[in-house]
Design a protein around this ligand. Sequence first.
Ligand code: AP5
Ligand code: MG
Length: 219
Amino acid sequence: MNILIMGGPGAGKGTMSTRIVKKYHVNHISTGDIFRSEIGMETELGLAAKDYIEKGLLVPDEITNGMVKNYLEHLSDKKSGFLLDGYPRTLDQAVAFDKLSGGTMMAIDIVIAMEIPFEALAERVTGRRLCKDCGAIYHIKSQPSRQEGICDQCGGTLYQRKDDTVESLNVRLDEYTKQTQPVLDFYEAKGLVKHINANQPIEKVWADVASVLNGYSFG
Ligand code: AP5
Ligand code: MG
């Protein structure tokens, strides 16, 4: 079972992905996480992506498509499929991925669309904190760590993403409207999209996501 989770910046894709991966044993492929890890390691790919990401702009399609293809080809543990988080997010990427995966085990079976008004996103993004070591996601209000600045799971230090500013969020929202909304229409036309109200407490959003996924078989 291959899942695509979509939604604006801060909609809760990463938060739901953590739970989906744990419950359904799928590989989590977050292009944002991969880019941030490459930036941290100062690789060629990271250096190519850094400026775009910090400004809130999308990384060019040829870089992103190549990275995802390579990543999928080298997955050592195929598990019960994968969860794409943040890819495809342009029509070009959706078409490229369709060509690569159509009629194969890599085809997308379901698209979870996390719906939330843009006005709700600034608080989510500016209050987000992440663990430097394990990537766990926190929020200073809705999901605080027990000890400020320290990860509950591994004791790592929490940090703020460089693109989690209001200025960068506005650019990301603009990119989302112009480039990502058409991707949702692309999958809508294939009848794959399930809409989730992401503007609810985390446990409620999770109950809705799980109730959709429980209707599918993972194996
Ligand atoms: P990416 O890392 O994918 O960022 P994004 O799409 O902007 O989404 P976020 O990760 O910011 O939000 P999220 O939906 O995961 O929310 P989260 O669960 O953390 O991409 C970053 C950049 O990389 C892009 O801008 C681009 O430059 C580049 N990139 C990536 N993919 C690309 C691609 N395919 N093509 C080109 N470029 C690409 O939650 C947010 C906060 O809210 C957290 O603090 C959380 O605790 C809290 N929260 C979550 N759910 C709830 C809830 N229900 N109630 C209250 N609080 C909640
Ligand atoms: Mg995320």
